[in-house]
Design a protein around this ligand. Structure first.
Ligand code: PDD
Length: 285
């Protein structure tokens, strides 16, 4: 049985009953977070709660995840999931009013829903080989800084990647790299890391922030700036970061080799540092 959190109660996931008028169901009107747990340790929980607070504020839902005790919800759902590592999904919608209408309803209280799943980490042998990625135009809205549950473009670009056996679709807009369906992107050229600046065009990923911080600690130059699609195509290394993919090396882009066509030395150094940080040090070739 999977345990769910539903509007103040814990219950079996399949006992949750959603109103057909819930704003999440009819409008995709809500925001969410996904937090990884390594063992019992939440990874960067405060950063996720802060980002959730910001997403909620940006869409005008008056709910404070910190005052609302969301940290405890994440921990309890994780504790109920037996897997060695887990992710907890938590979403907040604008609630279930009495009727449908686009503008904010006066009569709805936010719906809060969460549950945990085992974290299926990318395995060391797959990481040592690296992953294919493909590219596609970014057809999303211009508030990608909000972690919204309305994810149709992300669904389509994730499916496009799956059909081409790729780990991700890397998106671009106006000749610039943005991010991926559900992860961020970093490149390395001549020993320097560059990643798209975190403005309205991308989600400011927590794993992205962690990797930028680790790189600075390691004395590797990092720039958060506009990254040209052309730079992506000529990069020595490309990495993808997210809560579920962690820090993954891309070795082919649209079928062409990235750098030498294998995970690069800067990725190896950063990945080792990341593994230490999450308490899962591993040796890789
Ligand atoms: N996705 N960009 C987008 C569009 C994302 O959806 C995500 C996360 C990221 C990476 O953010 P973080 O490092 O904080 O996980 C970047 C989550 C994992 C998901 O939708 O399941």
């Amino acid at each position: 049985m999977t345990l769910a959190y539903w509007n103040g109660h814990y219950m079996p996931l399949d006992a949750v009953k959603v109103s057909p008028l819930d704003r999440g169901f009819v409008f995709g009107d809500g925001v969410y977070e996904v937090v990884a747990f390594y063992g019992t340790e939440a990874f960067e929980l405060d950063a996720h709660l802060a980002r959730l607070a910001r997403s909620l504020a940006e869409i005008g839902i008056a709910l404070d995840p910190i005052a609302g005790g969301f940290a405890e919800i994440f921990r309890r759902l994780r504790a109920d999931c037996g897997a060695p590592d887990a992710t907890v999904y938590l979403q907040v919608t604008r609630g279930a009013p009495g009727t449908r209408g686009h503008a904010f309803p006066a009569d709805a209280t936010p719906t809060v829903f969460g549950f945990a799943t085992p974290l299926a980490r990318l395995q060391p042998d797959a990481l040592a080989t690296g992953f294919p990625a493909v590219t596609a135009p970014d057809i999303r809205w211009l508030r990608c800084d909000i972690k919204a549950i309305s994810l149709l473009p992300a669904v389509l670009s994730a499916q496009a990647a799956k059909e081409r056996n790729a780990l991700e679709t890397i998106l671009h807009r106006d000749g610039l790299v943005t991010e991926c369906s559900s992860s961020n992107v970093l490149i390395v050229k001549d020993g320097r890391i560059a990643t798209p600046v975190a403005d309205h065009r991308i989600l400011d990923g927590i794993d992205r922030q962690v990797v930028v911080r680790l790189a600075r600690q390691h004395g590797i130059p990092v720039q958060e700036r506009n990254v040209l699609l052309e730079e992506l195509r000529t990069a020595d290394e490309i990495w993808i970061t997210s809560t579920t993919k962690e820090v993954a090396p891309v070795v082919t882009l649209d079928g062409a080799a990235v750098g030498l066509g294998k995970p690069g030395p800067v990725w190896r150094e950063m990945r080792a540092a990341f593994d230490v940080l999450i308490g899962r040090p591993a040796s890789r070739g």
